[in-house]
Design a protein around this ligand. Structure first.
Ligand SMILES: Cc1cc2nc3c(=O)[nH]c(=O)nc-3n(C[C@H](O)[C@H](O)[C@H](O)COP(=O)(O)OP(=O)(O)OC[C@H]3O[C@@H](n4cnc5c(N)ncnc54)[C@H](O)[C@@H]3O)c2cc1C
Length: 324
């Protein structure tokens, strides 16, 4: 039986491991911490192919410079002298054209069309978690703020996705938590959401139940592809396999660059936090202008971190926040 080592136990590593098992490979998953220790833990859980679009678009020229200089901006990248970072930003900016947007969207669309079914494949195949349909509620304080959102949806539809959406006269019916200041609102259908941490844990459990060796608390120092693929852990242990998958998210370059992967992976900034509420929203709410996404989170097992020796049974402190 062919053997594979998957480095990184986030959504990408675990789903790759699951599919390798489908193809009959014996899998070892290595993570320096454990399941969902990176951004797979604290993301918004949105499965929104209709919103999976290129980040660089012509509006970048309007908000990009401000975001760079404003430490409070949603897309702020810390200002520092780093030639690699500045050349990345320059290349990123050079893609802020309609032509580049269309080229990238054309490449994304076939993947977007597969995305939701890929989650069904996991849950139908035994991953004990769920995804839920929207509708998503999208809110704006002013008519003019909705322009960018409508333009993006039009682009996604032009590229062949079905993205049902309609303007709402009374968005409070769907999301009573909305403030009165929401002057313009839409409902977006055909998208889904999940609770990221519980889903990732369920995926990890499924991979382990199908026979994977889970090696947590093991940081990988290097990967060698000369002869038999070899993974060297920071504690000196050496693992070998027929295939090695590097799925270390924002940390990808450290292990992939020596193998010729020159594309820079640049972490931006994103925060997520969970708050308890007596009246939690029933469905996701999005404020595109402020770049704020709200997702219902029932804290079923939010604190079930497999690498934590305490294994708390109570939900994570509702005030707790996490930076990814
Ligand atoms: C605030 C926020 C909100 C988001 N919202 C959404 C959303 O709604 N929908 C969506 O689709 N996406 C969202 N994303 C993006 C999404 O979270 C990421 O694309 C996804 O989690 C990436 O998964 P990954 O497995 O590649 O990386 P990660 O989840 O970061 O996993 C990488 C893993 O690699 C391990 N690792 C790193 N280096 C090493 C090493 N040397 N040795 C061993 N292990 C190592 C880490 O411990 C980690 O567990 C959001 C991201 C953020 C930050």
């Amino acid at each position: 039986m062919a053997r594979a080592i998957v480095i990184g136990a986030g959504f990408v590593g675990l789903s790759t491991a699951w599919h390798l098992q489908e193809h009959g490979l014996e899998v070892t998953v290595v993570d320096r911490t454990g399941v969902a220790a990176g951004s797979s833990w604290g993301n918004a859980g949105w499965l929104t192919p209709g919103k999976a679009i290129p980040l660089a678009d012509p509006s970048l020229w309007a908000y990009g410079p401000k975001a760079l200089l404003d430490p409070d901006a949603a897309l702020h990248v810390p200002f520092r002298f780093d030639v690699g970072l500045w050349s990345f930003l320059a290349r990123f900016a050079s893609h802020g054209t309609n032509r580049a947007w269309d080229r990238t969207m054309a490449a994304l669309t076939p993947i977007d069309k597969l995305a939701l079914a890929a989650f069904d494949e996991l849950t139908d195949g035994g991953v004990d978690s769920w995804t839920r349909e929207g509708p998503f509620v999208i809110g704006f304080q002013e008519e003019s703020q909705a322009k960018g959102f409508l333009h993006e949806i039009a682009g996604v539809v032009r590229h062949g996705q079905e993205v049902p959406f309609e303007r709402l006269d009374d968005p409070w019916k769907l999301a009573p938590q909305l403030a009165e200041g929401v002057a313009v609102a839409y409902r977006l259908d055909g998208q889904r959401f999940l609770e990221p941490a519980p889903f990732a844990y369920a995926l990890g459990d499924a991979v382990e139940a199908r026979g994977a060796h889970m090696r947590f608390g093991k940081a990988v120092a290097s990967v060698s592809s000369v002869g038999t693929p070899m993974v060297t852990l920071e504690d000196g242990e050496v693992l070998t396999a027929d295939h090695v998958v590097v799925a270390t998210g924002a940390w990808l370059p450290a292990l992939a660059r020596p193998h010729g992967v020159r594309v820079r992976v640049q972490a931006g900034r994103g925060y997520s936090f969970t708050v308890a509420s007596e009246h939690p929203p029933e469905r996701p709410v999005y404020f595109p202008f402020q770049r704020i996404a709200c997702t219902p989170y029932r804290v079923v097992s939010a604190s079930r971190a497999p690498w934590s020796s305490a294994r708390p049974t109570r939900p994570r402190d509702p005030g707790a926040s996490r930076r990814s």
